[in-house]
Design a protein around this ligand. Sequence first.
Ligand code: SF4
Length: 478
Amino acid sequence: MLLTDGLLLDYRRCARRAHLNFYEPLEKQPEKDFLTKLRQESAAHVKYVLENFYPDAQHPHSPEQDFITRARETEQLMEEGVEFISNGNLLFEDSSKGITLLGSPHLLIKVVGDSIWGDWSYISINIQLGRRPKPEYKLIAGYYAYLLSKVQQKLPDHAQIILRRNNHHRVNLSEWLPRMEKALLECLAVLSISQEPEVFISRQHCSLCHWYTHCYYVAQRQKHLSLVPGITPSRYKSLQSLGLSTLDSLAGASTSVLEPVFGTQVVHSLKLQAQSLLEKRAFIKSNYLHPLLLTAPWEFYFDIEAEPEMDLEYLLGVLLVNTKTKELKYYRLLAEDPQQEALIWMQFLKVIDQFPTAPIFHYSEYEPETLKKLAHRYKSPTRLLDALLNRCVDLHRLVTRTVIMPVESYSLKSLANWLGFFWRDPGMSGDQCVCWYDDWLKTRERSLLDSIVRYNEDDCMATFYLKQWLLDFLTDAK
Ligand code: SF4
């Protein structure tokens, strides 16, 4: 069995993904544009760091597929005592167990310390685009250290990660090597049997995964509890230990059995959520009516499209609603070039200032956080920002505080779809908009911008739709 650093990383994120990638029982879905973009940005970052900070690094020349020859070439360079080795291969074959471990650190650096070659040895450096040293980076650093200990017969005393802006992080191997060894054994055990690990749909791990369609189908067929909002992997484990693995069993479970494990509030929410999904109807959780939810003569609905890599807010979409006449007007405040962000910020302030007391509805914390960022960036007065923030109403917060809905996620799309609102371009997403905006900057293909604006307008409309429903629902319940 050949185990690579990529497979171990997959395992760390999801055991099932590692298994499916290893056995490939079905054809993978094509990679999403957003994931391709992330991968390309990450590769460009690695290239930038290597070329600018380690221009003298040497590297093996054989093609990547020929990993055995590449590993031999890497060892040859190490034996020669080369200072820096980029994109080398580390290989360890354990014939007694029938496993081969392969790792490809971005960089190996020569340091003082005896090895099989003399009074020098190597430590690994991994180059990542992230701002923080995530645990998964440290785990892989531990894996490279383990391989180095086999190849050079000397365990490095530390490993390094180079993060964004050339920030160096030192990995403590006395902590991460044992963790990696545990993960490695578990991963090998999972891969040694052909039975797929149980599915668990999690938005964080599954949304960009190329097995999503397959896993989602399996989860739906099994009516898996991971499709219930609020069921985290640890809560799922606890429910399993109580013998609860279906929606019906959760909805009907005794509160006195659940409360000692999860607490009163969580039990109330989970049971109501299961009931809502079973009966396909919404329930009141709390009949709190936010004062700004009550119909005002004019209302704004606000949604932003951003390019995170460029730290750019390129589309401030605002829907103005005259609640008496039901007239709607959508403002697309669009930076066709990144330099226009200041301009659209001024345009936004002007639009919003038409009705200085009208509430501004939005569906996440991102919008007020961005208002703060833009106000700071363009030196808008504090009192202006405070006034804006006081008018903001986060519908996501209000929905999750007050109602339980028969949905698998409390994303705007899930809720609006359940209420009967559908986006004009099905399958479109915020991530896709990021890719299309990048493409627009390169190609100047106007249809890309049109699609982004249409998506943003629909987001604003969906927020409006949801707000109307929430007000009616909470009012009826009074
Ligand atoms: S879709 Fe989710 S559960 Fe399935 S393999 Fe991917 S990450 Fe794992």
